[in-house]
Design a binder for this molecule. Structure first.
Ligand code: GLN
Length: 241
């Protein structure tokens, strides 16, 4: 089966090689006999709800976020419609902030967001940097964070996970990321998926469910020895900070 991915602003939102997440999804899909069909969605391109099974947004500096935020906000209705229709989303750091209602950057720029995730972000003075470990529904997830933004979830919103070590959304709430149905937003870079294969498979299964119109499938297990080792190293760094 071909899994159709809409990669939003690959040239602007690609800090810390966030593109690597797509490479991981492509390999893990191929090992199960599926193909990842990636379309780049740039400034001015239309989003056609139903045309993609997964939307991906990477991270970026305030400067890049400012360049894409108005165009992204103009795509808000289509992206929300796609989400309501069961498409999956993965958004990292700067992309995560912009899937919320908006982000006020370090220099006071107000950037509109998609308003898909129930959250808001305002930059603080000190950057929140370092290795981070969180506990999620799919088990531990480890990565690296570097953001000025403090993200506040609405009271009813569900975080992606609870912080075991590191800062997370705001350094205070103990929450990291946000999950709404098949949409996941997180501050974890590194990239995220090479060292967190269970999360990668969860996302693939959600995208496949959209593709088939059925339930998320049980994916055949893979030999994840290297991935597990990468996660152990990353978790160890986070715990040791
Ligand atoms: N520019 C945003 C911030 O500083 C996002 C950073 C990122 O994507 N790493 O909070």
């Amino acid at each position: 089966m071909n899994i159709r991915v809409g990669h939003l602003y690959p040239d602007y939102l690609n800090i810390y090689a966030d593109r690597g997440n797509i490479a991981v999804l492509a390999r893990r899909a191929a090992w199960r006999g599926h193909e990842l069909d990636v379309t780049e969605i740039e400034i001015g391109d239309a989003v056609e709800p139903g045309a993609h099974d997964l939307y991906y947004l990477g991270g970026g500096q305030d400067r890049e976020q400012l360049l894409v935020s108005h165009d992204l906000a103009a795509k808000a209705e289509q992206l929300k419609e796609a989400h309501a229709g069961g498409a999956a989303f993965l958004a990292v750091c700067g992309g995560y902030q912009l899937l919320g209602r908006g982000y006020r950057g370090h220099h006071g720029d107000d950037m509109p967001g998609v308003g898909l995730l129930p959250l808001e972000t305002v930059a603080g003075d000190r950057r929140l940097i370092g290795n981070v470990l969180i506990e999620t529904e799919v088990g531990p997830v480890a990565g690296f964070e570097n953001h000025a933004g403090r993200t506040l979830l609405d009271p009813a919103a569900e975080p992606l996970g609870r912080v075991v070590s590191g800062f997370g959304n705001d350094g205070q709430s103990g929450y990291e990321g946000c999950r709404l149905g098949r949409a996941v937003g997180t501050y974890l870079h590194g990239p995220l998926l090479p060292r967190n294969p269970r999360l990668a498979d969860w996302i693939l299964a959600q995208a496949l469910a959209h593709r088939t119109g059925g339930e998320p499938p049980e994916l055949a297990p893979l030999d994840d020895e290297l991935e597990a080792e990468a996660q152990a190293v990353s978790s160890g760094r986070a715990r040791g900070r």
